[in-house]
Design a binder for this molecule. Structure first.
Ligand SMILES: [Zn+2]
Length: 406
């Protein structure tokens, strides 16, 4: 089964198509979309439709088609080859990613296709259980011919913490550094739960930039966030503005720790080769499971969907890994799962640990230029690796410049 070209575009807005679908509003999924864009009807979730005019102020709202979750919607297409009308159906499924984020399931004479966009599939969260049941219900009567999988995370060097675990780790870092300013890199959407968790546990407000404050208000968060820097030492800043250089600059004024919460690997680039150090940059992911269970979420998802074929979405990424390489056996393609390298630097109390070292600069502006004292911090089950985040690069971030490790 396949679809004729030029019928449907998902998260692509430059090519011409008859219907456009937007999974969520993260910048790497809205390439080509502008306030003036007007190529055709744009299908998205209700929340995305609410947030979109905020990102694209003069957007022609009459183009928006809201797709409710877990219900089939039909729409018409014209076959470019025969000129005949095709009725197609689309369903949005909660992607459990960022506000408004959905996956799309398409059904029509072209077969049944599923497009994930960015998604999480935490097997043990209530929300995911609910999404799972709904999806199972839909798939009872459908066979997904092709699953278009966001394969950013198909790289075996990526591992997911649960959100709770990751949030607790960030809280621990902030709480154990009461004298430090904390800068957290976030996107224009997403990580709200993390910030609220930090705010509640530490009883502090979180600074955000003015546009992000408006988004927070749109999302219904009214008390947690502020744009007054004097009220808090924790600031959530745009990910694209967050670089090691920025952090070094901040550290010449006040001791500052940068945290980049991400599904992507740790980035730690503190030293300029001479032992001087001005910034501490942490991006964090806890290892929840044993290495042999890596990619569990995606595997679980594919096993649930049972597609006939899987295709990767992020094929332009330098980290592109053909999902069939890892998951082909789930679709009946016989390939052995690849082993990956796991760097385990110690075993304590029966638990595997990986040691994270990071460094702090001096606590005064002048001390910033002095040779700093490396502080070794051990966090349980923290994964450290240097790996490419070409996806971030596509978003315009400048933080990561290292290679793709596995
Ligand atoms: Zn995203």
């Amino acid at each position: 089964m396949s679809m004729e070209k030029g019928l449907i575009s998902v998260d692509r807005f430059t090519e011409s198509s008859q219907a456009y679908f937007l999974t969520h509003l993260h910048t790497d999924h809205t390439q080509g979309l502008t306030s003036k864009w007007g190529k055709g009807p744009l299908f998205c979730s209700k929340l995305t439709a609410k947030l979109l005019p905020f990102k694209f102020p003069d957007f022609n709202l009459s183009l928006l088609r809201v797709v409710d979750l877990h219900i089939w919607h039909s729409f018409s297409l014209i076959s470019p080859t025969t000129g005949s009308q095709i009725t197609a159906h689309v369903m949005a499924v909660d992607a459990h990613h960022c506000p408004g984020g959905v996956m799309f399931l398409f059904r029509g004479e072209f077969g049944c296709l599923m497009y994930t966009g960015d998604f999480r599939w935490e097997v043990d969260s209530e929300r995911a259980k609910d999404a799972r049941n709904k999806l199972l219900n839909v798939l009872k009567n459908e066979t997904v011919d092709v699953l278009y999988l966001d394969n950013t995370y198909c790289n075996p060097s990526y591992d997911f913490p649960t959100r709770e675990v990751a949030a607790q780790q960030v809280v621990d870092i902030i709480a154990s550094h009461p004298e430090h300013d904390i800068v957290i890199g976030i996107d224009t959407l997403g990580k709200e739960e993390l910030l609220i968790h930090i705010s509640h546990l530490l009883n502090i407000k979180i600074w955000v930039w003015p546009e992000r404050l408006q988004t927070m208000h749109l999302l219904g968060f009214h008390d947690t966030f502020t744009t007054k820097t004097s009220l808090t030492r924790v600031r959530a800043v745009p990910r694209y503005s967050f670089s090691v250089e920025t952090l070094e600059g901040l550290n010449t004024m006040r001791p500052t720790i940068g945290i980049m919460p991400s599904g992507l690997p740790w980035v730690l680039k503190p030293v300029k080769g001479d032992g001087n150090l001005f910034g501490s940059l942490l991006t964090s992911r806890y290892k929840k499971r044993q290495p042999s269970d890596k990619l569990d979420e995606i595997q679980e998802f594919i096993e649930l969907v049972q597609p006939t074929n899987v295709k990767g979405i992020v094929s332009s990424s330098s980290c592109y890994v053909d999902p069939l390489y890892y998951f082909g056996r789930l679709c009946g393609v016989n390939q052995p799962p690849k082993r990956f390298v796991y760097k385990n630097e110690g075993k304590r109390r029966g638990k595997k640990e990986v040691v994270v070292s990071y460094f702090e600069s001096g606590s005064s502006p002048k001390a910033g230029r002095k040779k700093s004292r490396p502080v070794r911090v051990d966090y349980k089950r923290v994964n450290v690796s240097r790996a490419s985040a070409s996806r971030r690069v596509r978003r315009g971030a400048k933080i990561v410049e290292s290679d793709c490790s596995d």
